[in-house]
Design a protein around this ligand. Structure first.
Ligand SMILES: [Zn+2]
Length: 340
């Protein structure tokens, strides 16, 4: 009896909630600067950021980041980072872009209006490993359409160090910060108009990038590490303040932060409330890492659930303006500092 009651009540509640959340996002520019949508289904199973869902939630644009976790960490011989990245970009160009499911974003005017029929795809390279320290590769990826490069990822590379080694994965030699090759890559990225993404950067590398880069930096994928201990891939307040001081954006993904063991969308909203209070609503954003294949908060299955987040943020006190800044306006501002 009790179970039957629960079954009949829950769908109604969640439907009403989804509708309310979605209406909060109506007319809002939503940009998710870090995701891995619509990858090759032969080896990729996480569809949480697919263009189909983007359309439903009215997302203006999403990052299409080449190199997800699986190829780099599996033992399958996928080739070099460079080969993998080029192949992934090629796959998107020959599928979702060619078929017109998404619109390739090469300049600011390519970013579609809120609630668009065809969302924008901003190609990104997650990890400068594919550059192999070569500045000419920056040009090569720019020509392929890449507009965001994450300096490091799961390994220390020619450009700098990553923030947390994965168990069983050799991080490689540490440089202690941004290297001369890293500086040369950032110079060229700024000249061409490619966003400098500090996600995964170690504290020292992040500090160096913020000091060196003349433009606001993006941290496209992190969470709050409020305690400052055992932060893994989350950021301390100090690190977030560096990013904000550059005029950049700290993007939060749907996983738990260290003070919130219950892991619900409301907890995510509370994390963002803390971030808003500490670093300001102009410096926070979403970065779902959808397609990244990681364990997400309960209640968050795909980008359509950003409606639930919008509702939770409103409940914890975000104004409509603050919500709009968080959902996309802030990231749009940073993109505008780089893209033509
Ligand atoms: Zn990612």
């Amino acid at each position: 009896m009790g179970m039957a009651l629960v079954r009949t009540i829950y769908p109604t509640q969640s439907l009403a909630s989804a509708t309310k959340g979605k209406s909060l996002l109506d007319g809002m520019l939503i940009i998710d600067p870090h995701a891995h949508p619509d990858m090759n289904p032969e080896y990729w199973k996480d569809h949480s950021a697919s263009f189909r869902f983007m359309k439903e939630v009215g997302m203006a644009a999403s990052g299409y980041f080449a190199i997800g976790d699986f190829p780099q960490t599996s033992r399958t011989p996928f080739g070099s980072y460079y080969d993998i990245a080029v192949r992934m970009i090629d796959y998107w160009m020959n599928t979702v872009v060619q078929k017109g499911f998404v619109k390739l974003v090469l300049k600011m005017s390519d970013i579609p209006a809120p609630g668009t029929e065809t969302p924008g795809a901003i190609l990104g390279l997650e990890g400068g490993d594919a550059l192999e320290g070569r500045v000419d590769r920056v040009d090569e990826f720019y020509k392929l359409g890449v507009r965001i490069i994450t300096i490091v990822r799961v390994h220390n590379n020619e450009l700098g160090d990553m923030m947390s080694a994965r168990p069983g994965l050799d991080p490689g030699p540490y440089s202690g910060g941004l290297t001369p090759k890293g500086r040369a890559v950032i110079d060229r990225m700024q000249e061409l108009g490619m966003v400098v993404d500090v996600a995964h950067c170690s504290t020292a590398t992040l500090k160096d990038v913020v000091a060196y880069c003349k433009k606001p930096v993006l941290d496209s994928r992190t969470n709050l590490c409020a305690t400052g201990n055992n932060c893994g891939r989350a950021r301390t307040w100090k690190e977030m303040e560096w990013i904000a001081s550059s005029g950049g954006v700290v993007c939060s993904r749907p996983v738990a932060w260290d003070k919130q063991p219950s892991k619900t969308i409301r907890d995510w909203a509370n994390e963002l409330l803390e971030m808003k209070k500490k670093i300001g609503s102009e410096y926070i954003g979403i970065g779902t890492d959808g397609g990244g294949g990681f364990r997400r908060l309960s209640g968050y299955n795909d980008v359509r659930d950003l409606g639930k987040l919008a509702e939770a943020l409103t409940d914890v006190g975000f104004t409509r303006e603050e919500l709009a800044a968080f959902m996309g306006k802030n990231v749009y501002r940073v993109l505008g500092k780089y893209l033509s």
